[in-house]
Design a protein around this ligand. Structure first.
Ligand SMILES: [Zn+2]
Ligand SMILES: [Zn+2]
Length: 347
């Protein structure tokens, strides 16, 4: 099979590798389409993980072959499926407390560091083996591109689940990229009045088209003051920061209302510590939290939302490249003015 391998930063190579054989509890998938995540672009440019590396954790697949122990009443060759991407151990403290997305073992798995082989999620290949218990069905009518959107949507549903939006709340979403816009779609479904803060004028326009009620230009205005103005000086009940910038994280805390919640949705690059007014957190009962990755439940909810047409991810699909053009696709995805870019491996 062909696979897109990052040999070293900025060097992709299409390599011939043997098709992996499913273990008894695994399923061999034929990959159809795989999304490019910000993490994949970071790996392409050079990350702390080991190389060679095969990225791709946002992939849609078709069941090719079942391992010997897989229940045939659940899966049949030819079915469209998507795979939960965290190799949770099921044994550690986090796994036992309903936080499999924080599994201790997953952090030390070969996904990140594989000194003697290829690291990565392995989705940028024609075939991949996955645990049968991690699979979710889709019906044939859902497109491969939409299925490949499951993981990013599941990350956002995890973020929405862990913050409490009430009908009529003012909600601020900082950043109008793919993840910001997914927050817009989800927050609107929760009954929020949605304010998007985004530096790029074109992106602000798209945020409005996607359902945002108001947009803010944080370059030419003070975003904290603007949020106060739009909320009767109260601030927003929930603020989601989808940007990687520490100063923006500080602003996110400044623009939250009394008893409100701030969620640090994005990882921070660089991860410089920020100053927080702890007295205000105390006297105004403000909650500052974070969310990372999807849970198995938010993954199931993302499948439900895409399958039933509750969340329409199609407008966020920017461009689909043939996998052989992976370098061009990475360069395109790295541009600040693009939305979700995908690689096509098969129909
Ligand atoms: Zn992703
Ligand atoms: Zn675990």
């Amino acid at each position: 099979m062909k696979a897109c391998v990052i040999e070293k930063p900025l060097h992709y190579k299409i390599e011939d590798l043997p098709i992996p054989q499913p273990k008894p509890d695994e399923v061999l998938l034929r990959v159809t389409t795989a999304g490019i995540c910000t993490n994949d672009v970071r790996d392409y440019k050079g990350s702390k993980y080991t190389y060679p590396r095969i990225g791709g954790h946002e992939y849609a697949g078709i069941v090719e072959r079942l391992g010997t122990d897989v229940d045939t009443s659940f899966f049949k060759p030819g079915q469209k499926v998507v795979n939960y991407i965290i190799e949770e151990c099921g044994m550690c403290y986090s796994c036992k407390h309903n936080a499999e997305n924080l599994c201790d073992a997953a952090e030390s798995g070969k996904v990140f560091y594989n000194e003697n082989g290829i690291s990565g999620y392995m989705g940028y290949a024609e075939y991949v083996c996955v645990k049968a218990r991690h699979l979710y069905h889709y019906s044939d009518s859902v497109s491969n591109e939409e299925i490949a959107f499951t993981e990013p949507l599941a990350c956002v549903i995890n973020s929405i689940n862990k913050t409490n939006i009430r009908m009529g709340d003012d909600v601020v979403i900082i950043g109008g990229g793919v993840m910001g816009l997914l927050h817009v779609l989800c927050a609107k479904k929760q009954g929020a009045y949605v304010i998007v803060s985004e530096t790029d004028a074109k992106r602000r326009e798209i945020a409005l088209k996607m359902g945002a009620d108001k947009v803010i230009d944080p370059i030419h205005t003070d975003p904290v003051e603007e949020v106060k103005k739009l909320t009767g000086q109260r601030g927003a009940q929930v603020v989601y920061n989808t940007t990687a910038i520490p100063t923006v994280a500080s602003q996110a805390i400044e623009m939250v209302a009394k008893s409100g919640t701030v969620n640090m949705f994005s990882s921070m690059h660089p991860n410089d510590p920020i100053l927080v007014d702890a007295g205000r957190l105390h006297s105004q009962e403000i909650k500052v939290t974070g969310t990372v990755s999807p849970t198995e439940c938010s993954f199931a909810q993302a499948v439900d939302c895409i399958e039933k047409g509750i969340i329409d991810v199609k407008p966020l699909i920017d461009k689909v490249f043939d996998y052989k053009d992976v370098t061009e696709a990475m360069e395109y995805a790295a541009r600040p003015d693009t939305y979700k870019v995908m690689l096509k491996f098969s129909d």
